[in-house]
Design a protein around this ligand. Sequence first.
Ligand SMILES: Cc1ncc(C[n+]2csc(CCOP(=O)(O)OP(=O)(O)O)c2C)c(N)n1
Length: 324
Amino acid sequence: MKVVEKIEKKQVAEFYRQMLLIRRFEEKAAEMYMRGKIRGFLHLYIGEEAIAVGAISVLKPEDYIVTHYRDHGHAIARGMDPKVIMAELFGKATGSSKGKGGSMHLFDASKNFLGGYAIVGAQLPIAVGLALASRQLQNGRVVLCFFGEGAVNEGEFHESMNLASLWKLPIVFFLENNLYGMGTHIDNTHAGGRDVYKAVGDYNMASHRVDGMDVMAVHEATLEAVDGVRSGEGPFFLEALTYRFRGHSMADPINYRDKAEEAEWRRKDPIDSLKRWALEEGVLTKNYVETIEEGVEKELQAAVEFADQSPDPPLDSLMQDVYA
Ligand SMILES: Cc1ncc(C[n+]2csc(CCOP(=O)(O)OP(=O)(O)O)c2C)c(N)n1
């Protein structure tokens, strides 16, 4: 665990609470999917929690977040209510998009959490547009845009890097490199090798790689990146190395990965690592950790009950909020 000097105990406890909330939320979601309560696509973020929590902790409320379809972690770290997210997954009228968006399209304008995009790389030009608006309006807002390594071979990735750098836009591009795009390893898809963060040097953009399993390291790296971006230095590219512990989606039996590789990454579990470190170093007491864990369980129980008891969207809302 990276030792970050200025971090307070309160912040460490909050990192632990949020990461655990995301992990348990998704375990519950997987269970509800198996029971047929959640249908359609469900992509779990389990294993990658340190990134959403470490990075989003740095933002101000007025900053924007745009992300991909593996979005539950980002939404929870941004403070969206797990009840409302679970209801959205259940397709209920009380969900964040009245049950019409589902898992891949979480959205909350009041928190400047602007989605949840299912098309790989589609969030990048949207994020660049938001950053351009921030610069034109001079409102000091920074955009944090998450994507996977599958997006870096898309044309719009390169267009986005180019314009963001050319126009010195206030945006942090955050690559969550979990090594696999669906069933394919990065070595079989990316000609530029494993050091993706170095490639944006060609766009004259500052970049850095961080351990995506270490919430403290992610927090510190994002803090530096956001500070520079906010002060007008232009965009920053951060790459975090991570691993999704589950399949690409609930439908993926993961028969393309080496079990020894999986076991090695599981040993780096970001939640276990933080807990072990915090207890060993006396940053948090066992009692306090247990109180956090109980709180998370209660919150999730309430979320599932809320989603289950909420009404379906009424039939006459079928054509509402539909743009054609
Ligand atoms: C433009 C486009 N091409 C293909 C797909 C199908 N698809 C969905 S997810 C995915 C893999 C993306 O992998 P990555 O960006 O590494 O993110 P991860 O799922 O690993 O978080 C693909 C190919 C899509 N949704 N959009």
